[in-house]
Design a protein around this ligand. Structure first.
Ligand SMILES: Nc1ncnc2c1ncn2[C@@H]1O[C@H](COP(=O)(O)OP(=O)(O)OP(=O)(O)O)[C@@H](O)[C@H]1O
Length: 218
């Protein structure tokens, strides 16, 4: 039977009492990519932060691998990449990953982490010399260092050149084939169509469906 790694039921979430997401329900099966698609301000980031356990739900429930990600003491093998990404001036890719590994219990080896995101061969490169796509890959490698089997990604290809975006999507598909469950946000309908399932957020309301669906039909 398919295992639902992320289970969200009637979730309402927001900021200082103002609701940004209302009554969202969806599930994400193990080893699949789920895209939350929506315009600016539709509630994507608020929903992602709440499902990842960074924000307390106003009502409703979230379970990730069967546990409440907001509950104190729960440790989940999950990784997150927020839109700003990391800045590591003065360090090489290898040094950044090794620093992360030191803070992580039972981490992947540096080689494993870089290989999973296609950055093998860039270990000696200085962070400042990396292009935007490789910087995003490095963020992904750091999210994976703790052997994460769930990834939460806020607009992982936003602002990237088309080819970099395509390669990141291919990497996410490979990770999913290896059993990693991916929940991402996007403003790009093309990107959403590459996911296994799509939820469309419109002004805090989530409509769910199976890809491919016509998103902005005339
Ligand atoms: N820290 C905050 N404090 C108060 N209101 C917020 C905060 N962050 C977001 N909001 C509001 O919550 C609503 C949803 O914002 P959210 O950032 O979740 O949407 P989004 O779809 O991710 O948009 P974007 O693509 O612009 O990031 C918006 O009305 C926004 O103004």
């Amino acid at each position: 039977m398919t295992r639902q790694v992320i289970e969200v039921h009637e979730l309402t979430a927001g900021h200082g009492g103002a609701e940004a997401v209302r009554g969202a329900s969806f599930t994400v099966a193990q080893g699949t990519v789920y895209a939350l698609l929506g315009r600016y301000g539709s509630g994507k980031t608020t929903l992602l932060e709440t499902v990842a356990g960074y924000r307390r739900p106003m009502s409703g429930t979230v379970r990730v691998a069967g546990v409440d990600p907001y509950a104190p003491g729960e440790t989940l093998r999950m990784g997150t990449v927020w839109r700003e990404g990391g800045l590591f001036p003065g360090l090489t890719v290898a040094e950044v990953v090794d620093t992360w590994r030191r803070w992580t219990l039972d981490p992947l080896t540096r080689e494993e982490a870089l290989e999973r995101v296609g950055l093998q061969g860039k270990a000696g490169a200085r962070f400042e010399r990396l292009g935007a796509g490789d910087r995003r890959r490095l963020d992904l490698a750091l999210a994976l260092v703790g052997r994460s089997d769930v990834l939460f990604l806020d607009e992982p290809t936003a602002g990237l050149p088309r080819e970099d975006a395509r390669r990141i999507r291919a990497t996410l598909r490979e990770l999913a084939s290896g059993g990693v469950t991916v929940l991402l946000t996007t403003r790009d309908p093309d990107e959403a169509c590459g996911a296994d399932r799509i939820g469309v957020l419109n002004d805090g309301r989530l409509a769910t469906g199976r890809a491919p669906i016509r998103l902005y039909a005339a």
